[in-house]
Design a protein around this ligand. Structure first.
Ligand code: NAD
Ligand code: UDP
Length: 335
């Protein structure tokens, strides 16, 4: 396997994955429409990896652009990150989410089919498990009806790939990410949230930086050790490395589709995350306890035994590393 197409490769998880792909010798072509990223990320990726890659500024929904890319290059695999990802926005604008996330995938699959390209790695999410009661969740945990159109696009994406792969010489791996956080240790790439962040870690770093006045902890009356919600936070570089492992596994597997949880296997409460941030960075965070946020799941974390055993992958970074790297990235943004 040599040449990989990465859709959404300038985004948060995509940029870290392109670094890892280049670093182990893959050639990479990225298609990104800059909907949620900046062109300057390309140079930063190349700076870290010490190698260059081709960037096509274009939309995966644009069949002609995809066709031209697949005529120009022979791809050995595709990693599909390109999608919208804001849960609240998807509730307000479901059509935009189905259009970009579902139609975008269909457009990609039909071009892959036409050019007989196999080995697709798809970005799914632990959101497909909903409020699972048996923890940790395994890949066999029942998928629940999604709470938001965004969640539905991930369930549909998995279904479409399963159907597509059934009668074809086509292989795909579905990666169900838990909560990706942190940034590259070089602080050259990281998450670029637009406007007020919804997610915990960017809200923490922006509060510490003085961009937000105060962090609100959403609820402390949950049935957990300190009353705040539990998530399985995974360092974005660890997550990126899982994609490289998945590519290798995908081309050699005897069946068409497989699915893996990608998390650390360990849950942290919101207060534990805040304390880890304060301790590792020596920064006091201004936060208060507020009411629960509607739609929040009390706790979820991954059973990672399948990904550990079959992909030979496990998370290397802990929550302190995640907080340290997230803060270094945030500080770099202010310079
Ligand atoms: P991101 O927004 O940072 O990256 C997505 C990239 O895709 C952006 O650079 C954007 O410009 C590009 N893009 C969007 N639509 C496009 C289109 N139609 N054509 C070309 N480019 C397009 O998001 P991310 O956090 O890196 O997420 C990557 C993937 O992982 C998404 O599919 C997301 O749903 C999934 N995911 C993310 C998380 C998370 O918490 N970040 C969790 C689970 C799953
Ligand atoms: N959270 C919080 N304050 C914030 C943002 C998030 O207390 O400003 C909590 C949220 O209730 C959840 C956890 O942090 O329990 C992770 O939230 P995030 O939105 O990052 O991820 P998700 O809920 O989608 O897993």
């Amino acid at each position: 396997m040599k040449k990989i197409l990465v859709t959404g490769g300038l985004g948060y998880i995509g940029s870290h994955t392109v670094v890892e792909l280049l670093s182990v010798g893959f050639d990479v072509v990225v298609i990104d429409n800059l909907n949620n990223s900046k062109e300057e990320v390309k140079a930063r990726i190349e700076d870290i990896a010490g190698r260059n890659f081709e960037l096509c500024i274009g939309d995966v929904n644009d069949a002609a652009t995809l066709e031209a890319l697949f005529v120009k290059h022979t791809f050995d695999g595709v990693i599909h990150f390109a999608a919208h990802k804001a849960v609240g926005e998807s509730v307000d604008n479901p059509v935009m989410y189905y259009q970009n996330n579902v139609s975008g995938l269909i457009s990609l699959l039909s071009t892959m089919e036409k050019h007989k390209v196999s080995n697709l790695i798809f970005s799914s999410s632990c959101t497909v498990y909903g409020a699972a009661t048996d923890l940790p969740v395994t890949e066999k945990t029942l998928i629940q009806k999604a709470e938001s159109p965004y969640g539905t696009t991930k369930i549909l994406g998995e279904d479409i790939i399963n159907d597509f792969a059934k009668h074809k010489e086509f292989k795909s791996i579905l990666l169900r990410y838990f909560n990706p956080v942190g940034a590259h240790p070089s602080a050259k790439i990281g998450e670029l949230p637009l406007g007020v962040p919804n997610n915990l870690v960017p809200y923490i770093t922006q509060t510490a930086a003085g961009i937000r006045e105060q962090l609100t902890v959403f609820g402390e009356d949950y049935n957990t050790e300190d009353g705040t919600c539990i998530r399985d936070y995974i360092h974005v570089v660890d997550l990126a490395k899982a994609h490289v492992k998945a590519l290798t596994y995908c081309q050699d597997m005897s069946h068409n589709v497989d699915v893996f949880n990608v998390g650390t296997g360990k849950g942290n409460t919101v207060l534990e995350v805040i304390r880890a941030f304060e301790k590792v960075n020596g920064v006091k965070l201004n936060y208060k306890i507020g009411p629960r946020r509607g739609g929040d799941i009390e706790q979820i974390y991954a059973d990672t035994s399948k990904v550990n055993a079959l992909l030979g992958w496990s998370a290397q970074y802990d929550i302190a590393d995640m907080m340290q790297h997230a803060w270094a990235w945030q500080q770099g943004l202010q310079d």
